[in-house]
Design a protein around this ligand. Sequence first.
Ligand code: NAD
Length: 496
Amino acid sequence: MSIAAPTQTTVRNYVNGQWQPAASAEHREIINPATNEVLGQVPLSSAAEVDAAVRSAAAAFPEWRRTPAEDRIQYLFKLKNLLEENLEELARTITLENGKTVGEAKGELRRAIENVEVACGIPTMMQGRMLEDVARGIDETMIRQPLGVVAAITPFNFPLMIPFWFLPYAIACGNTFVLKPSERVPLSSVRMFEIMEALHLPPGIINLVNGGKEAVDALLDHPTVRAISFVGSTPVARYIYARGAQAGKRLQCQGGAKNHVIVLPDADMQQATNIISDSAFGCAGQRCLAVSVAITVGEAQKTFRDAIAENAASLRVGFGLDSGVQMGPVITKDSKTRIESLIAKGAGEGAKVLVDGRNPRVTKYESGNFVRPTVLDGVRQDSSLADTEIFGPVLSLVPANDIDEALAFLERSPYGNQASLFTSSGAAARKFRYEAPAGNIGINIGVAAPMAYFAFSGWKESFFGTVHAQGNDAIEFYTDKKIVIERWAREHSRKF
Ligand code: NAD
């Protein structure tokens, strides 16, 4: 099968049901991280272009809002089929610009499809509530209504799954939508929007604006945009939360992570090793739920350390479209430099580089941004590396005497996206579930990614807001509650 070629050299925006070349003269290169070849150019759209997209979404809203929910979801049933039919091509496009293996890209698309499926339940999920006789003859009703124009700003690491945490729910609830994808991976969204043209949605319901900070700021400040969903790094999440709030918007901002796994000596060590390896090194460690620190308790310090070192050293690294490749490159040359310097910093702080993935030679892809799986042993709990998000294939091993000491370490972490425990003890599992300070918990699970019908949680500096993405939280986010209290005179009704 041929590699999915980008359809345009310079990607365009999709506004009001039409493809439009961006007017901005400023562009960035879109790069294949496995080769550093240029795949195309992405425009950094201006505030005026964002305004055009928001206006088109605002114009489409009144009629879309009046379209029955049952009719709105018919588009989503079609969308699910389109995603299934184009899964192979979309996965290859993700691999080309993001670097993850094509198997991982297909896994990502499955999660995108799952969100479309759940949003098909809007006619049930969006229902309000009603109680008769809140006082004699008075009835009270809560109705959910769409907000209007909503937007999402998304990161590079899941080019299509993350937009689909938002798009299906937003439009199924009757809102109109503007997506600003990561400027590092725009091809996946562009191809997705090209595919979605076959839905024949009315113009303006879904819009795509490529760009960077100027486009983001224009969305944050635009008076017509009612709500913004953001996923990305913590400093940007914090910025968006503050600036958007100042403009009076509803916000949900998912930030960075530093995820811990505790390995108890009674865990099934072989199973734990395989699962934790996939979590730490899958997608080159560029998942927001990637395990980054393994806290090993008691005898697990030796047994797990030996097993994970052997596993890490054996993984096959390369271009994600080549068969048999288990791990791809990291996103940019800068990321590779940053990750390798953090490994050096860890060593400088006293950790032993048990498996060293720096500067590997990957045959045929010598200029790619490759870092092989790396294991750092004996990382001190008080070292700066223990708290820094590396976002690369690096697993730090931290020793602890017991589960309480391990949990105290988690407590000090600024992040709270995910925490996992490997054990065969129900009592230890319950204690962990009860006490672990993170929003997504795994018990003998390495990537505790909630299914689409549960909220994708996240605590501390991994999330700014109140309601999360996916499931019922998405309905909360994308609707306003209206309360109606009614009294009807009995005399009046007798006339009929
Ligand atoms: P990023 O913060 O650099 O970029 C995310 C988005 O913000 C992009 O669309 C980008 O154009 C925009 N942006 C970047 N800098 C900006 C600025 N100064 N002002 C306004 N907008 C700006 O994130 P990334 O590198 O693309 O993604 C990786 C990060 O995302 C990691 O920290 C990872 O943990 C996090 N992430 C979190 C979750 C989660 O669920 N919590 C999920 C995926 C990724």
